[in-house]
Each structure stands twice: as C-alpha cells, then as structure tokens.
Design a binder for this molecule. Structure first.
Ligand code: DX5
Ligand code: ZN
Length: 237
C-alpha cells in the first residue's frame, strides 16, 4: 500500500457502458450522467486485439449528442492509427492505446495528432505487461496511464490481484517524477475491491458490472465513490 498522504489524485468514477444494456447504450450513458460520474468509459474492441467485438466511431458520435461527460475511449484494437481521426471527429476526448501494439515512434505520431486537436492521450497495460522503456520515457506526455486488472474483452470478470505490485510500482514512479497523470484501473472494480486499488494509487476507477449489474445503477456510481473516499480517509481497503 502507498501511504495515504501520498494519494493526492482526484477520485474519478468512469462507468463502462460495455457493462450496460447493449441494445440501449443511450440509457447506459444517462445512468452515468444521473449518477454524477466523472467520465464515460468506451471500450472499443476489434476481435483481434481481444476476443470480443464492440462498437466504433459511429456509436461514439451518436452518444456524443446526449452527454457532455468526458469520453474516455479505450482502444483495444490492433491498428489504432487507422481509426484515430474517426474517433477524434466522433467526439472522443481521451484516446487510450495499448502499449502492446505501439512503439515510441508510433506513440509520438499519435501524440502530435491528438494534441493538435486539443485532445489527450493515454496508455494502457494488460495485466501481464510490464511498462516498456519507450513508454516510461514518455510518461510526461500522458493524461492517463491505465492498469488493466482483467484480461481485455469482457465486463463482469474478477479483479486480478496479481496486478497489485505493478500498480504500486507505477504509482511510486509517477509520484517520484512529480507527474499528475491519472492512474486508471480497468477491470473488476466493485465496492469490495475499489479500496484495494485506490490505496495503491488508482484514481480513475472504471466500472462496468460494478455499476450496471447492480439493482440501482445510478446509486452504484455514488456507492463506489464513497467506498473509494472512505478507503483513503481510513487507510483500510
Ligand atoms: C474489458 C474492458 C473493461 C470492462 C470492465 O476489456 O476494458 O472496461 O468493461 O468491466 P468490469 O468493470 O465489469 O470488469
Ligand atoms: Zn476498458
């Protein structure tokens, strides 16, 4: 665990509409709005990078019309360069790429393109992936560093506690460098697990099942936020 005094990043709750009604994604967005979420997490999966297929820029553009919340777009796709312009035009605010499909030169080109449009970039690590040297050298360019706590593909999986040592290492590294980068946790965030990750530095908490599988999903957003704040206040997960 990280000393609570070192945990200064703002807690943000990011409902993942992959956990919502796939036939009514607009209702999933409305739930996030009504629950006063901080951002909406949009999981784009291409059937190559991960074993599922979700939605693309057309859906993002349609959802953009019904909310002002930040669109946190998690690109689980093998060839992200082919789609970046489309997601930017559709209204994505943050585009997060997997380190497993990039390198330093490709990141630099994406960074320039995204910042030229006034948007921000993130990087994500699958549970078994360690931070590559090219990514470590570019941490100051990131809005968000995502640590996945399930293997990408599906909502409703259990958080992998084996990722915790890596999360602590990443938090300490960002704190040492004095970088205010958001640390996003994606996978298995529930009222029972959120304390474990916020006490290790996670501050953007993605939740699919932890919100949309609950009897009152609007209330569930606030429940997660309160659990996270309580863990920080008490130092107990
Ligand atoms: C998995 C996605 C996650 C997923 C999280 O590939 O990246 O965002 O929706 O769902 P839960 O919170 O249910 O684990
Ligand atoms: Zn995700």
């Amino acid at each position: 665990m990280i000393p609570v005094t070192a945990l200064k990043r703002k807690i943000k709750i990011a409902p993942s509409i992959l956990g919502g009604d796939q036939g009514n994604l607009a209702s999933a967005v409305k739930i996030a709005d009504e629950g006063k979420a901080d951002q909406i997490h949009l999981d784009v999966i291409d059937g190559h990078f991960a074993p599922n297929i979700t939605f693309g820029p057309g859906t993002v553009k349609a959802l953009r019309k019904i909310t002002d919340l930040k669109f946190d777009t998690h690109l689980m796709i093998s060839e992200p360069e082919n789609y970046v312009d489309k997601f930017l035009d559709a209204g994505s605010d943050l585009l997060t790429f997997h380190v497993e499909v990039l390198n330093g030169a490709r990141f630099d080109a994406l960074y320039s393109k995204i910042h030229a449009k006034g948007k921000v970039i993130g990087l994500s690590l699958k549970p078994a992936t360690e931070m590559p040297a090219w990514a470590e050298a570019r941490l100051d360019k990131l809005d968000t560093l995502m640590v996945m706590t399930v293997n990408p593909g599906f909502s409703g999986q259990a958080m992998m506690m084996s990722v915790m040592p890596k999360l602590e290492k990443i938090t300490l590294m960002l704190n040492d460098k004095g970088l205010p980068v958001d640390i996003e946790i994606d996978g298995g965030v529930e009222p029972e697990t959120i304390g474990e990750v916020v006490l290790r530095g996670g501050n953007v908490l993605v939740a699919g099942a932890g919100i949309y599988y609950k009897p009152d999903p609007v209330k569930a957003v606030g429940v997660l936020r309160e659990k996270a704040k309580k863990a920080i206040a008490t130092g107990a997960p």
